[in-house]
Design a protein around this ligand. Structure first.
Ligand code: NAD
Length: 248
């Protein structure tokens, strides 16, 4: 029996990278998948086809989850089609790195809107649904940078630390309704977000990772599957680092 058979999972920003790996992993375990993306229709179609090969129902939704109204519409659409939402993975995120001295107001606002406000938007919209169901698992993708800070990432670190704050608060508010909320804090994961780094910078990072390799999107997806499934039914309000021991 697959772990997520008959469940519905909504994953934001799943057209590539970590979000896509999570969508595939949850589909492998039988979950029907709704994913939002901001990418081209072509990219959305490719992911849809990969998911459908796993014999699950799939809905791709083109939406900017930084928009409060679009997020509400997204949840309404999922409910119309699937009648339930068991798992929400708030994964969509961007970075606009610069030293604080040079960081523009726009770069601060954009990162806060996409990384943090989207978590508020979707979590708020899904809360009445999960309370009604008396079950649900919300998984927020934070970052070790939200725990430790990072040079050139004041905006990103603040947004990811904010995600930890909302995760713990939601866990406290909804635990009695059997709705859980946890965060994953990935370390250095090889995706489009990190490919801008030079080979030298990457080697420097690896020296500081006890496991001596960068992470893969699948490393994060494995943790998301655990938090989505009943194997973690007594775990809420936690931040799980998937970082090869980089921040300990
Ligand atoms: P990525 O750039 O490959 O993917 C980001 C996804 O988010 C894309 O699908 C993109 O279309 C989507 N997206 C961006 N803005 C959006 C918006 N406004 N509305 C809807 N979708 C939007 O990056 P990734 O590395 O796969 O990152 C996924 C998440 O993991 C992000 O939240 C990121 O901050 C976090 N993270 C990544 C790393 C890493 O090393 N790659 C480390 C820690 C945390």
């Amino acid at each position: 029996m697959k772990q997520l058979q008959g469940k519905t999972a909504l994953i934001t920003g799943a057209s590539r990278g970590i979000g896509k790996a999570i969508a595939l992993k949850l589909a492998d375990q039988g979950a029907n998948i709704v994913f939002s993306h901001l990418s081209s229709a072509e990219q959305g179609k490719e992911v849809t086809q990969e998911l459908e090969k796993r014999n699950v129902e799939v809905l791709a939704y083109h939406a900017d989850v930084a928009s409060f109204n679009k997020s509400q519409e997204l949840i309404e659409t999922v409910i119309q089609k699937f009648k339930q939402i068991d798992i929400l993975v708030n994964n969509a995120g961007i970075s606009r790195d610069n030293l604080l001295l040079r960081m523009s107001e726009q770069d601060w606002d954009d990162v806060m809107q996409v990384n943090l406000k989207s978590v508020f938007n979707l979590t708020k919209a899904v809360t009445p649904v999960m309370i009604r169901q008396r079950s649900g698992s919300i998984i927020n993708i934070s970052s070790v940078v939200g725990i430790k800070g990072n040079i050139g990432q004041a905006n990103y670190a603040a947004s990811k630390a904010g995600i930890i704050g909302i995760t713990k608060s939601v866990a406290l508010e909804l635990g009695s309704r059997n709705v859980r909320c946890n965060a994953i804090a990935p370390g250095f994961i090889e995706t489009a977000m990190t490919e801008k780094l030079s080979k030298e910078a990457k080697e420097e990072w690896i020296k500081n990772i006890p496991i001596r390799r960068v992470g893969t999107p699948e490393d994060v997806a494995n943790c998301a599957l655990f938090l989505a499934s009943d194997s973690s039914s007594y775990i809420t309000g936690q931040v799980i680092q998937v970082d090869g021991g980089m921040v300990t």
